[in-house]
Design a protein around this ligand. Structure first.
Ligand code: COA
Length: 263
């Protein structure tokens, strides 16, 4: 079964739902519509007994450049202070953080911002050797989201997490493998196929056993993750309206370096 939501392609076969980002001309950056569509897919997959595993992927050149920066700019300019929990992004983050079935990701090329943080909520992550991860929240006048302020220090260790989250410099697939963000690094042209192969293996296993295993592995963490996501959202919503973020968004869209002097 296939569904075409334009920028998000959805295909279900042999118990595996594959969600493919399809906005390559904008480096698969996520619009509000895309977050809403992805949340719908995950919520439906959680309920559908025929779906036993979900794969999230881009193509061999790009995973995702994160949130659409034009959308950020518009949200930061809106008259009402942003209540992030009313936005589709919140529905998506909540759906992925509490998704009860196995989630597999295939990452090639840039994975920026939420393109990286969403991986913290996946069970298996495969990367092309061209994968470039980056968390440039501070460089955009923002702060971490998707519970990355909690999960990244746990996974990377505090100092490496600070390097990723405070300097915001990209790191490549091999470094991601070393810190445990990805399971395996392969040539980009093999990455989606490998994720599919692993998903098929999972789909052939007893689902209730897999779901119990995932629930037990996460333990009390899911509640904590949702609380941290809420705290992050408040800060994020506040920072989006401040001059530094407006300068950073404007600079990106005008293809110039931001000037944070005096901010
Ligand atoms: N939001 C909106 N548009 C984006 C985007 C984003 N997050 N990322 C890329 N695009 C657009 C570019 O503006 C460009 O559009 P144009 O062709 O109309 O000029 C197009 O996608 C191609 O991007 P480009 O920057 O030319 O590609 P690149 O290969 O040189 O670099 C990235 C790829 C991902 C490294 C770079 O686009 C980037 O840094 N994007 C911003 C990432 C970001 O800060 N995201 C927010 C995280 S919180």
């Amino acid at each position: 079964m296939s569904e075409n939501l334009q920028d998000i392609l959805v295909h279900t076969e042999a118990g595996v739902t594959t969600l493919t980002f399809n906005r390559v001309e904008k480096k698969n950056s996520f619009t509000e519509v895309m977050y809403g569509a992805m949340a719908d897919v995950l919520q439906a997959a959680a309920q559908d007994a025929g779906v036993r595993c979900v794969v999230i992927q881009g193509d061999a050149t790009v995973f995702s450049a994160g949130n659409d920066i034009g959308d950020f700019l518009r949200q930061g300019q809106s008259a009402q202070p942003a209540d992030m929990t009313e936005r589709p992004v919140w529905r998506f983050l909540k759906a992925i953080a509490s998704f009860p079935k196995p989630l597999v990701a295939a990452v090639c090329g840039p994975a920026v911002g939420v393109g990286t943080t969403l991986l913290l909520h996946c069970d298996l992550v495969y990367a092309g050797d061209n994968a470039a991860f980056a968390l440039p929240f501070v460089n955009l006048g923002l702060c971490p989201e998707a519970a990355s302020s909690l999960l990244l220090p746990r996974m990377f260790g505090m100092h490496r997490a600070a390097e990723a989250l405070m300097l915001g410099e990209p790191f490549m697939a091999e470094a991601a493998l070393e810190v445990g963000l990805v399971n395996r690094v392969v040539p980009p042209t093999e990455c989606n196929a490998l994720a599919q192969q692993q998903a098929r293996k999972l789909a052939a296993k007893p689902l209730s056993s897999l779901m119990a295993t995932k629930r037990l592995m996460k333990g009390a963490q899911t509640e904590q993750v949702l609380q941290v996501m809420l705290d992050e959202s408040r800060e994020f919503g506040r920072l989006m309206r401040e001059p530094a973020a407006r300068e950073a968004f404007g600079a990106f869209l005008e293809k110039r370096k931001p000037d944070f002097s005096g901010m």
